[in-house]
Unconditional design. Structure first.
Lengths: 110, 110
């Protein structure tokens, strides 16, 4: 099983550009999450979803949007990239306890 | 506001030493998890504890959940260079999202 797959692995954006970070899981998990991790820090929750068609804000949702049209996919959209969004982004999924994380997308906004 | 504080923030030790990492909160959690993260990768689940006072062992790692379910500790016996990484505790107040701690970066020198 692939688990949680994130693409791309690296990206450089200019200020004001938009992009979508892709996340797909093949474990039929209902719950999916997006976190950001700044250097040397823990993870902060951006958005999460408890099932297809249902999304909710986490701790730091400003500047981001999500959608969950299928159980498998949970893309994260940045509409107007800002330097403050430079970070490593992790997608995760879970069934009950215990999250499975993707390997991350390293985003730099210049 | 960071609900979960970890200490110490950084720890550098020699191979063979013992260490304890603490995860503290003023909030009660229904479950608490420990993850280890290596550079360039997502966090990987080590253990989940759900009962106050619970102790779980994973080879040389011992995890304990506080009686009041507000804190947890991770003890490593005879640390090895392979234990090097970022250790993250994460608490859940229900089953749909985790709040991560501030992280403890461990370096074990041969």
């Amino acid at each position: 099983n692939a688990g949680v797959t994130q693409t791309p692995k690296f990206r450089i954006l200019k200020i004001g550009q938009s992009m979508t970070l892709q996340c797909a899981q093949d474990m039929n998990h209902n719950y999916m999450y997006w976190y950001r991790q700044d250097p040397g820090m823990g993870l902060k929750l951006i958005y999460y979803s408890v099932g297809a068609g249902i999304t909710d804000k986490g701790e730091v949702p400003n500047g981001y949007n999500v959608s969950r049209s299928t159980t498998e996919d949970f893309p994260l959209r940045l509409e107007l990239a800002a330097p403050s969004q430079t970070s490593v982004y992790f997608c995760a999924s879970s069934y009950s306890y215990g999250y499975t994380f993707g390997s991350g997308t390293r985003l730099t906004v210049v | 506001t960071q609900l979960l504080e970890q200490s110490p923030q950084f720890l550098s030790i020699q191979e063979g030493e013992n260490l304890t990492v603490y995860c503290n909160s003023s909030s009660v959690f229904s479950s608490l998890q420990w993850y280890r993260q290596e550079p360039g990768e997502g966090p990987v689940l080590l253990v989940t504890v759900v009962t106050g006072g619970e102790v779980k062992k994973l080879k040389r790692l011992t995890f304990q959940f506080g009686d009041a379910r507000k804190d947890s500790s991770l003890h490593i016996t005879a640390a090895q260079p392979g234990d090097t990484g970022l250790y993250l505790c994460a608490g859940s107040k229900n089953t749909d999202k985790l709040i991560f701690g501030t992280g403890t970066r461990l370096q074990v020198f041969p």
